[in-house]
Write a protein that binds this ligand. Sequence first.
Ligand SMILES: Cc1ncc(COP(=O)(O)O)c(C=O)c1O
Length: 922
Amino acid sequence: MAVVTSFDAAGLHESAPTANDADRRASGQSLERDPGMPTSTWRLRSDAWEYLRFAIKRLESGHETASILDADGEISRNLRALETLELYWAGFGQRYVAEIREALDNGEYSSALERIGRVVSRLRGTSIPADHRDDRLDEAERAELQDDSDPRPRFEVLLVDETTPADRDALRADILKLRSAADAFVYDYVIVPSADDAVAAVLTNPNILAVVIRPGFSDRSQQRLSRDMRETIDLAHVDSAGTTATSRSSLASVQRVLGLADTLNTLRPELDLYLVAGAHIEDLAGVLTRRFRRVFLREDQLELHLSLLRRVSHLYDTPFFTAIQEHARRPAGVFHALPISRGGSVVTSKWITDLVDFYGLNLLLAETSATSGGLDSLLAPVGAIKKSQELAARAFGAKHTFFVTNGTSTANKIVHQALVSPGDIVLVDRNCHKSHHHALMLTGARTAYLEAYPLNEFAFYGAVPLDRIKQLLLDYRAAGRLDEVRLVTLTNCTFDGIVYDPERVMAECLAIKPDLVFLWDEAWFAFAAFHPITRRRTAMAAAKHLEERLSSSAHATAYQEQRARLFDPETGEPAADDAWLAERLLPSPDARIRVYATQSTHKTLTALRQGSMIHVYDKDWYREAEEPFHEAYMTHTSTSPNYQILASLDLGRRQVELEGFELVQRQLDLATSIAQAIARHPLLRRTFRVLSGHDLIPAANRASARPMPHRDGFSTMWQAWEEDEFVVDPSRITVEISRTGVDGDTFKHEHLMDRYGIQVNKTSRNTVLFMTNIGTSRSSVGYLIEVLVKLAERFEEETQAREIDGERPAPAPMPPLPDFSAFAPDYASADGLPDGDLRTAFFRGQRRANIEHLSHAQLTERVAGGAKPVSAGFVTPYPPGFPVLVPGQLVTDEVLDFMAVLDTREIHGYDPLRGYRILRED
Ligand SMILES: Cc1ncc(COP(=O)(O)O)c(C=O)c1O
């Protein structure tokens, strides 16, 4: 019997799979009431089949009676849910579920079990069902079984058209005929009759990689869909309505086809769309091809088949990884650097052959310093690396993508150096990663820090409210210095999962300064491009959408109307700042869309450590940026970049294009189930608290009322991610631990890691951040919950022992987080605006004669005496990795108080023995 781990209200237990239990608990909804819940369908579907197999097996073996088949029983509920769900998956379909039901009604339990077993085997990825009895199969079934055991990668193609059962059988027979042993992949059709069902299918079934639309489809679904699914379908149609309206074609049927194509493209742009039309294909082709890869006549089955396979082979293609493999297979002599290459210095060594034993010989065969022979140079790519980067640009929706082998720390420095000259003003979130501060110092930019809203209760920061960014830009405009402002840099999402609305931020800033450039640090957000809802808040998707918006005539009119309100018609002077802050500002249709994003691919997707990417969506790339970018890239890129990192970036890209949606959906869903398990378990609930959007985002910066939109379903999340200024990335779970009686650092090291081998990175004094990623499994989630229960029991015992008169000890008081104090007068701007000169202060501090070391106590005494000491360097607690002090910054009481209670072990730039580095007064 298959046993899966599930959570129950009393903790973790090993039990028979109960789809309803697991999902009702996880989603707060019953399976039947919500059969099409897209966020957890992957789990729901396989649980339902597993449960059926378990239950019918008991029935067949006489351990249960036929009463378990009652209409209100769990088996019937699962079957009803699967009748809806299976419409959206290839292979078995609704008819198959109906046949199982019929077999059960007729008491043919073994036959039902055999059918269920086949589905379970396919879902588990095993080819031969455990209950398989060959003698009972007819020819068609035997052919299907053989098909199931085909080891080739398999994908699904959605066909949207009203079809009869006979049509469908004919189609299936046709594909089997077209299939050839030489094909690298196999595919199956999912056939749905309506536009609504097409949307439901692409939202629930991540195996779908291509869609074939035939104009005969109907509009609305006849299925019993959940409310969440119905609302999501409506939102999807509305969301793409603007795009369709721009078409000049007046043909109603063409509009329907275009509308559906746009909706599907908005949801999953990686899907390949084909149109199969009956006639007038020549006329249609001109109107439709921008949306469709190709338009075919019905009889062009073979051409369509070849196109489908060819497209997937393009997604599968990994030019650099392939080149590395080929290089490793070639016999070669090395008369150059890198003794490790081809195992040279290792395999014959007396002392270090364990390197090969551990990593395998392939690693050494792949190590080379060659840039020819099929390989390529990262610094001047013309072959495999260039191609791989182009494919990555396609996958992430960028115009250009560059691989970086030294992490986003380097990627950030490259972008800053490419865009900023000494003296340019950069508006930057003070809590951004240290690499930005270093880059600002290197470029000689004048740094104007933006303050994020603090979350003092939890000892970390949120994000920078848009009002503050606008106000600062207006201040520079009022001072006549707006032309000096060059770049805005923000972290999206923050370490703690606060996500901006980049399109809104850019639009409103561009309304004040139309040539601003944006750098979005998406170190933690690479995964977001592969989910329909999170994608819209990535820099690349936002840039594209904004560009499309600016080109519409509706925008041009709205822009003119707003300008009339914001400028005095007589004098041409802008209205008071309040008016500019109160309106959602619209940029000029001529505003320049210049957007850069840096991503630590290795943090959230498949890539070796340090594998990062820079994505570019810059309208002025060729004129303004390409050459400076390449100079900056040369400055920071090693001439010996690690090929294994590059190959892993190539593979990571292949993965997200083929299965990114599935993996990200699972990542979000598993995080939600962790949050729910903590919220529902009595002991966990007493000990831990999962922070929601209501804790992490001020009410003024969110419109939606729900604390955890993702938990409520796809449509609630969709609306929150569309409307709210900030949202929380659901895959980050910040847990408040004050009631455990230990601080975050102790919890992380002594309890999670040392006792149970659970790794987390980020803590504050009273919180711990748990993250799911695309590699998280259901069993690892189960293990985490199990560990939390054990820890909670332990903490509760300890706390009870310490309790006096039944009172719990009060949590330790939190120090307020210090805002950026100010630059010292030597480095600050004379007009009172916040920009300062990091570089001059930094290089002064590099000369020993200019600095002194002061202990915490000495510095505290000086400040108490009225002195204003100035930091000579960066002081950065890691994690989270943003500086508490930067060169040229005044050291204040607040900074010292914060440092006094900081529990981070690693503080870059601060030596506890020697103290702080302070600039001597002249
Ligand atoms: C927001 C942010 N940006 C950049 C980085 C640096 O990324 P990498 O570790 O890839 O150098 C980090 C690392 O934690 C980060 O949190």
